[in-house]
Design a protein around this ligand. Sequence first.
Ligand SMILES: [Mn+2]
Length: 323
Amino acid sequence: MDKNDFFELKGILEGCDNVLILTHKSPDGDTLGCGFGLCAYLRDLGKKANVINNENFPVRYNFLYDGYYVQEFEPQFVIAVDVADAKLLGSHLKAYMEPGAVDLCIDHHISNKFYAKKTFLDGKASAAALIFYEYFKAIGYEISDHIAMCLYTAIATDTGCFKYQNTTPSAHMAAAELMQYNIGFETINRRMFDVKSKGRIKVEQRVISNMEYYFNDKCTMIVITTELMNSCGAEPAEFEGLASIPLEIEGVVIGITVKQRHENVFKLSVRTTEEVDASAFCRRFGGGGHIRAAGCEIEGSLQEVRLKVIQAVAEALGEEYDG
Ligand SMILES: [Mn+2]
């Protein structure tokens, strides 16, 4: 995106009113940071705007919506932030999945489906929030501490605290400038990356104690059955993002998380180090993704699924496996 794009975007945002800002389902720091940051900006311009999501806003991000209140108005303009596909809006927002229902989309996913009437896409941005950061800079808008906090949180979370492959010098530079505002970055990072709920610790405890090891510990697998989920007494959200755990063990080249969806349907999340292509691995089962992180769904009983997966791992590692 260049100066002309930002100038065009400025025209659109200054020209609209009664704005509905849509965030994606299972909302993360980027979609919420962009949503509440944009909302604060539009309200500062004297416009009415609300942020909506498929579900309640997660409590762990409550500092992003501290002081936020819903305004009364008839929506005239709909903006989706960090939403690559209208389907990702979630079932409660079905009305906005219709073609032409979203006026503007601001996003950074190269997989964007161009479902909105107008899309501003920067596939190189580590987070959609970087587009807003560059935009505010380009138009000379003085952001508040709150907006700085929203953007920082979005960039930090989408880059896994500046650790993931998608982290860029631009992300670091934006974060460095945002740190100069009163945002409490230390508290944000502690809350986003270090603190876990009691329920979550219980889940991790169960999952780690049941971890399965294969092929001289080069492959680790965790299995999350419905029965385990019910017996932990934890919230569904506390079972998210477990896929990185199998790869935390030294020497592991492929880490697999098997999660029961239905009686005979299991969802696989595969994480790998340099040696194995996760995307190719998941394509065998009709899935896909990135080279280090991919997913697929396999049908069958847990025993059948486990066997299929271990056989596929054996092939990927060039090992022998006779069941
Ligand atoms: Mn994002």
